[in-house]
Design a protein around this ligand. Structure first.
Ligand SMILES: *Cc1c(COP(=O)(O)O)cnc(C)c1O
Length: 662
């Protein structure tokens, strides 16, 4: 289903006052939206697209700083009113446009400034997010800037051939290739496509030559070089001698000889390398460029004078945490990246007196990561926090209870270290005594409650005492709550689970209130890995294991957003516990506010079950037969059986996530 509708955006006036925080009446200064912005680091990772508005909601400015903006909380409400369900993936089309333009402008600026004598030809690698609307948008926004596409498999080649209608954009074919892949790619050249087939493994060159002869064409060929320089960060294995793809120096030399023998030297148009995704440091990018550019000049000088592109691959990173110095961050800007690519290539080519090559980048993450946000609601909270101590001990109670009561009463700033050690020991002792049969269940319950009361009191003291940061951190973690959330980590942010990647997470509303709780987020799956417990600590620039978050109010939904999820997450997402694709909407901005361009409904239970070979009618039939049998036996009434079947059928048509929580 696709629907089109418009809605007035409420523009926030600059002088509207933040609503005063009522959550902590003792605090003299009310908590401000600015403090929330600081706490969650949104101005560091938001890239100008995301910020906190004076109403205490997240505000999105998809076209960049001075463009029209939309209140994410109001937008979410509006989508819910239309029957679109949480979890929702919201995509901002204008952010895609802004990113496509940004990258092009950075390269163009560098090319003009340095007097570089060739063009920039960006390509978008579709594997980063193959969603049709998105790829169509990218092709559309890249029309005037020669943006091409890259594919890494046969199915992706088929997408690219159908969607690439920009005559000036190149198509780069990477990945494992068989004859069918190569024939399709070579035949597409006869449709006027600028398809370049990259030799990723040495066997492919022979196949390309064979197919080219069969169709009597001059194919456009690229070589992928195996660089010695490695990236850094989480995806280093994409380069180096043991990487999966690419030709070694010897294989390149042999490949050139083969091309010469076949009289096809002029067909070699491109040299490619790729050192991995999300390269955190500009130093790695520069080293790889120097090595890659040397390959280029050497190959050119060996007679491949048809060379006219250097394809520096992907790797341009995204600043997920805003720190500038971690694996989930980058220590350079897009402009610095472009400047370095252009100036290093220029330097090395001038030195060898070789014409400047056109520059191809395969940046995927940097183009699409920013454009989507996942919104979900909190379903329930497990509070361990207990400030009130249990009943007072009496003389008859076991010694361990007396000890705990004593710690509770005496802990203060001066003895906090000692008390903390005593508390840790008492905790272990409690468990031992229970196991040995000395404590009964009620006594164990008392000890546990007292433990949390002491921990709570101790944390308050630790916050103001000097030199006890480690105690404070341990207690925070001991006392952290679990917020159960309506989403699946495996479906929507798989890299958070698989490679420990950080994604910014924060509430999208109530940001004018101080968040008093520390929590980890648990998802709907029954997998103990289905949780998020890595968050930005904007104070230290490091990570912390708990998120500072608000108390959930009764009868009021609480919404969180996971940001910058536009690259890789959707297609890597899996069906763990059969949670399927979420609902998704595409939003674009216009002078009258925002427009919902597309609504892409998430999977129904029936769809998800069909992936594992269950048939809807079969399932219903089974349940119907069982109810017939027990209606006969008299253990279920006809009305009850009817209701059961009704729920069953509705369940099959429904969303895989929890519904109707409003
Ligand atoms: C995955 C991949 C890319 C995309 O990398 P990003 O870091 O997302 O820009 C580019 N080229 C190749 C060969 C890839 O495998």
């Amino acid at each position: 289903m696709e629907n089109k509708s418009t809605h007035e955006t409420t523009l926030v006036s600059e002088n509207s006052l933040p609503v005063q925080s009522k959550s902590n009446p003792l605090k003299t200064e009310p908590w401000t939206p600015e403090e929330s912005a600081e706490l969650y680091g949104i101005n560091n990772w938001g890239n100008g697209y995301y910020r906190v508005n004076p109403n205490g909601n997240v505000q999105i400015t998809p076209t960049g700083a001075n463009g029209p903006s939309v209140d994410l909380f109001e937008l979410t409400q509006d989508l819910l009113d239309r029957g679109i369900r949480v979890p929702i993936m919201i995509r901002f089309t204008d952010i895609i446009k802004a990113r496509v333009e940004l990258l092009y402008n950075c390269f163009n600026k560098a090319i003009t400034e340095f007097g570089y004598k060739a063009e920039y030809n960006g390509v978008y690698p579709v594997k980063v997010n193959q969603q049709r609307h998105l790829v169509q948008d990218i092709v559309h926004f890249g029309k005037d800037t020669r943006l091409g596409l890259e594919c890494g498999s046969k199915p992706e080649l088929l997408i690219v051939l159908a969607l690439m209608n920009n005559p000036n954009g190149v198509i780069i074919c990477n990945g494992f290739k068989d004859i069918e892949y190569i024939e399709t790619a070579i035949l597409s050249q006869k449709l006027g496509k600028k398809t370049i087939i990259v030799v990723d493994r040495k066997e492919e060159l022979k196949m390309i030559i064979q197919v080219a002869k069969k169709f009597n064409t001059r194919p456009k060929i690229g070589f992928r070089a195996k660089l010695n320089t490695q990236g850094a960060g989480k995806w280093v294995d994409s380069s180096g001698a043991r990487s999966k793809f690419g030709l070694t120096a010897m294989e390149i030399v042999e490949g050139l000889e083969l091309l010469k023998t076949e009289n096809m030297m002029d067909c070699l148009e491109l040299l490619h390398y790729h050192i991995g995704s999300q390269v955190p440091s500009i130093q790695s990018i520069k080293s790889s460029l120097k090595e890659g550019a040397r390959f280029y000049t050497e190959i050119y000088q060996m007679g491949a004078t048809g060379l006219k592109y250097i394809d520096v691959g992907g790797g341009l990173g995204v600043d997920y945490d805003g720190t500038g110095h971690s694996d989930s961050s980058i220590n350079y800007s897009e402009q610095e990246y472009a400047n370095d690519v252009v100036s290093i290539l220029q330097g090395l080519c001038d030195e060898k007196n070789i014409p400047h090559p056109n520059i191809v980048t395969e940046s995927g993450r940097a183009l699409v990561a920013h454009h989507s946000v996942l919104i979900f609601n909190v379903l329930g909270v497990n509070h361990l926090h207990r400030s009130a101590p249990p009943r007072l001990v009496t003389k008859k109670d076991p010694g361990i209870m007396q000890d705990l009561q004593y710690i509770y009463e005496k802990v203060n700033r001066d003895n906090i270290n000692e008390c903390f050690n005593d508390l840790t020991q008492s905790k272990q002792e409690t468990l031992q005594l229970f196991t040995y049969g000395v404590l009964n269940l009620e006594q164990r319950a008392w000890c546990e409650t007292m433990y949390f009361s002491i921990a709570t009191k101790m944390l308050q003291i630790a916050k103001t005492a000097p030199d006890v940061e480690d105690i404070e951190a341990t207690l925070r973690q001991e006392l952290c709550d679990t917020y159960y959330c309506n989403f699946s980590v495996f479906q929507s942010v798989p890299d958070s689970w698989a490679v420990g990647q950080l994604f910014p997470v924060m509430p999208i509303h109530r940001l004018q209130e101080e968040p008093h709780h520390e929590a980890t987020l648990a998802d709907l799956t029954c997998d103990s890995d289905g949780k998020m417990e890595k968050f930005i600590d904007s104070k230290t620039g490091q990570y912390k294991q708990t998120l500072q978050i608000h108390e959930v109010k009764e009868n009021e939904s609480y919404y969180l957003g996971v940001f910058l999820t536009g690259a890789y997450q959707e297609i890597l997402g899996d069906l763990h516990n059969l949670f399927g694709d979420t609902d998704a909407v595409h939003i674009s901005m216009g002078p009258a506010g925002y427009t919902i361009d597309h609504y892409v409904p998430g999977d129904t239970v029936t769809e998800v079950l069909s992936y594992v070979q269950y048939d809807r009618n079969n399932l219903i039939d089974n349940v119907r037969q069982a109810s017939e049998e027990f209606i006969q036996k008299g253990s279920i009434s006809k009305q009850e059986a009817k209701l059961l079947i009704k729920h069953y059928e509705e369940g099959l048509s429904g969303y895989t996530y929890l519904e109707d929580l409003e």
